[in-house]
Design a protein around this ligand. Structure first.
Ligand code: PLP
Length: 514
């Protein structure tokens, strides 16, 4: 070891003082790419920074209030040629980056769906960054593949998925980056399965079915998979069924398409739709898929987490007939982004669509077929060691605490729903299923645009106050506000405060003042 490496301070003064001289480039003060002692010190300072950030998170506007292009005004046009100090960097992070951050971990964050961080998830990300493997096949890091297989089997059992989805049967689970990638890979597998049967020239005849409440990720997957746009049937969801799709609407569409010589091959059902948390009727859709030899995919990106609680597991009844199932651990399961869990009943379809076997990747374990090579279950070759963080979340919290985490948020959402119900100026638009409340200010009968402006203005005022962040959707032409509980720091006091903000703004607005 070179003596100069000993210059790095390690005598306990690390938390406050600057490591770097700032003179740059002479080797004494700069951050070396891989120096364990320097990493220890700088890493501690970064963890301190993050801990302080979480402690003070409520002092920042939840929704970033910057204007487009703000950062270009603050940063130079070219990269520095000489190294900067960590100290200077922290200053810039505080002054220039944090103002442009929307604080998804804020307890006052209620927009879209949550994206949970946690201590265990954070530590897992750290460790995965440390190993920094590129685990495309088993041999590139056997632990990465094997831990992923084990943890996804654990998870499948927590969700009580049918045993065919386990790696010990013909199925298995794999971690994808996002739900969008999950639906894309199974769509490709289903497409190719169908084309093998009907011939490659039938692509233009393949038809996909889902409700109009299905996430736009399905539409994007269809675009990528070459499904003809006119063959993507987004059937209108049933207003009376709380925006779940009516099985009859799907089977009618299938019958019509069959009679015109098309080939129905894929149904995407959702458990917990993005707009309103609707749950599609899985058993009926499963029967339809089975009768027509179609692939059934279940997208439970958000609500899948709730199904680890016995009292919510019934929302997955019917998964027995599905070919694939997806949930995002990075939404509501305390596992830092990204970590989307996908299970298939028969992995051979995925592998047939996605595998390649170039000479430079050949190795004994793969050739002998004695291992999973997850490169053949996904789009990219390279993959991160994502199972670590999920394993750490499961180990360090345990299923009981994870269930409590879910239940607590659902209780808080119930509480918010009650608050909305108690104020006659507001209405709950669809019954709450999980931790999302869809509500709005009730417009006057004479209101020209049925409350759109009224509610948009309320949302805009709430979000630009910086005190809370909520989002919106459109249901049956109504502009609806979405209040999604699920940030790890949210407590009852935050729900009450958020409600007070909305009530006060409503009062101002209904009185017509600015
Ligand atoms: C969030 C969500 C998605 C999209 O998730 P990504 O992981 O960002 O692709 C898809 N479907 C549903 C039901 C969702 O809630």
């Amino acid at each position: 070891m070179a003596d100069e490496e000993e210059e790095v301070e390690r005598d306990g003064s690390g938390s406050s003082g600057g490591t770097n001289s700032g003179s740059g480039g002479d080797g004494a003060g700069w951050l070396r790419p891989m120096d364990a002692e320097q990493l220890r010190e700088c890493g501690h300072r970064m963890v301190d920074f993050v801990a302080d950030y979480y402690k003070s998170i409520e002092t920042f506007p939840v929704l970033s209030q910057v204007q487009p292009g703000y950062l270009k005004e603050l940063l130079p046009d070219t990269a520095p040629s000489k190294p900067d100090t960590l100290e200077a960097l922290f200053d810039d992070i505080r002054e220039k980056i944090v103002p442009g951050v929307t604080h998804w971990q804020s307890p006052n964050y209620f927009a879209y769906y949550p994206s949970n961080s946690s201590t265990a998830g954070f530590l897992g990300e750290m460790l995965s960054a440390a190993f920094n493997i590129v685990g495309f096949s088993w041999i590139t890091s056997p632990a990465a593949t094997e831990l992923e297989v084990i943890v996804l089997d654990w998870f499948a059992k927590m969700l009580r998925l049918p045993s065919q989805f386990l790696s010990t049967a013909l199925g298995g689970g794999v971690i994808q980056g996002t739900a969008s990638e999950s639906v894309l890979v199974v769509l490709l597998a289903a497409r190719d399965r169908t084309l093998r049967k009907h011939g490659k020239t039938s692509l233009e005849k393949l038809v996909v079915y889902a409700s109009d409440q299905t996430h736009s990720a399905l539409q994007k997957a269809c675009q990528i998979a070459g499904i003809f746009p006119e063959n993507v049937r987004l059937v209108k969801a049933d207003f009376d069924k709380n925006y779940a799709v009516a099985p009859l609407a799907i089977s009618d569409a299938i019958a019509t398409d069959l009679s015109s010589g098309l080939i129905p091959f894929f149904i995407c059902a959702t458990v917990g739709t993005t707009s309103s948390s609707a749950v599609d009727p899985l058993p009926e859709l499963g029967q339809i898929a089975k009768a027509n030899n179609m692939w059934l995919h279940i997208d439970a990106a958000y609500a899948g987490s709730a199904c680890i609680c016995p009292e919510y597991r019934h929302y997955l009844n019917g998964v027995e007939e599905a070919d694939s199932f997806n949930m995002n651990a990075h939404k509501w399961f305390l596992t830092n982004f990204d970590c989307s869990l996908l299970w298939v009943k028969d992995r051979s379809y995925l592998i047939q669509s996605l595998s390649t076997n170039p000479e430079f990747l050949k190795n004994k374990a793969s050739q002998e077929n004695s291992v999973f090579d997850f490169k053949d279950w996904q789009i990219p070759l390279g993959r991160r060691f994502r199972s670590l963080k999920l394993w750490m979340v499961l180990r360090l919290y345990g299923v009981d605490n994870l269930q409590s985490h879910i239940r607590k948020h659902i209780e808080l959402a119930k509480h918010f729903e009650q608050l909305v119900i108690s104020d006659s100026r507001f209405e709950v638009v669809t019954p709450r299923t999980f931790s999302l409340v869809c509500f709005r200010l009730v417009p006057l009968a004479s209101d020209q645009d049925n409350g759109r402006k009224l509610n948009y203005d309320l949302m805009d005022a709430a979000n630009s106050s910086g005190k809370i962040f909520i989002s919106h959707t459109i249901l049956s032409g109504k502009f609806v506000l979405r209040f999604a509980v699920g940030a790890p720091l949210t407590e009852e006091q935050h729900i009450n405060a958020a409600w007070k903000i909305l009530q006060d703004l409503a009062t101002k607005q209904l009185l017509g003042s600015p």
